[in-house]
Design a protein. Sequence first.
Length: 524
Amino acid sequence: MNSRRRGGEDAGASSARLFPELRPQPFGLFQSLLDNLEIGVAHSTLNGKILYANPHFAEILNQGLRRVVGSDIRRFIAVGSWQELAEALARGARETAEGVMNVVSDACREQKVIRLSFSPIPVGETKTIEIVATEMTELVQTTKALERSEASLRLVSARMLQIQDEERRRLSRELHDTTGQELSIVIMALDKLVRDLNGSVGERRKTALDCAERLRKVEAQIRTMSYVLHPPLLDEMGLGSAVQWYVGGFSKRTGIQVESEMPPKVPRFSIEKETALFRVIQEALTNVYRHSGSKRAVVRLTVKPDSIRAIVGDEGKGFSGEQLPGSPKSGVGVQSMEGRLEVVGGRLEIRSDGHGTQVTATVPIGLREYIQDSEAAPERGSTAESASLRKRILIADDHQVARKGIRTLLDGEADMEVCGEASDGVEALEKTKQLKPDLVILDLSMPKVGGLNAANRIKGCGLPAKILVYTAHSYPQLETTVRTLGCEGYVVKSDATHNLVRAVRMILGGGTFFRGELAKGRSA
């Protein structure tokens, strides 16, 4: 091994001249060995004064050997690490102790990170401490870079989930607005054909009925697929209604009894936060079905001034510890739930004791994030009967085929006329003001302003038009919502050929049209 020299003087000789009482040990037999080690080694007094240092120790401290030997080690350690250094020195006088500390250097702009190991060494009657130094800077920087990389990866994954939700929303709308609408028109046309056929063509009548029934099944399947991809209720009515709808369908599909507990009215939040919570509930219930073996589950929504919390619990066999959040072996489902919540500043907790699992998702909500209706609560105003013998009807639907289908059903009614059409909620409100129809047939899902919002605005403006909601949706809360807004009824699109004209007549005659009380009317 080649002997190292700093400033033209051997390290051991320098130390020996400064501290002759230490010359026998180690500056004799082991001097050359210590001086040439690729590990930083030093000896210090109990209070941290350096008695000996090999060249590599000085190099780790970014100092010359002359400056290191004889100095207090605190001189080279950042102030923030002094407390840890003092504690390590105190322990090092009795036993081996370690500490990770920052090094101060005038020559190096960036602080170095070193690990110091302290061990007691008796030298005659005097105790000294051996210090072994290992540089950790590169390892620390690599660890931090890895943490940043993992954080970036989580953000990218979460963004991918967000894009996935947006794509689901687009596909859902396309299924509903193209294929679903076309099938609705075919069903209407076939039903009209059946009505026009006389009794002598029974075989054709039977075939047409069979076609209509098959198309209804296809239309229902497409509507279900559309809902699963992205429930329209989430956009139109918010998290509470969407969760109740999903829970009902989940119970029917799986046979698992799911109990939902939530406030009577869950306020609206940003679509990103509502979607994140909905997807977590969806994923948690999927895990109940796939993994828990439980026949019962509960979904709870709680709203506080600063947060909204969703809890999904079951009575199944639970998770193992390594499947919980933060574990490297946690499943894709758990990771996706964490990623969705991380994007909106939320957090995920999973508790499992082998007798059930509880998944809790909490999302922070600022006071300004509450989405409030801009219009006042509608009041039912008195309506005047039209002077015309024919009742005027405005059709509001964002798809031409749907508007055409409604016209087809109403064309044969001598006492009705379609006075106009609107393709979005804003246009529906403006044309209601301009054309003053007796009835507005209003689609629930429309761009710019949705059907429920448009109905609220029409009623809030005191316009005399009655409103019949015309929708592809069917869920328990719809009737309550429609009634609350002051609408006179609703018709599900798949039942339009049987119920649309009937509903129009009942409403124009002063009645209402709701499932469960179709025969009930009220005086004008």
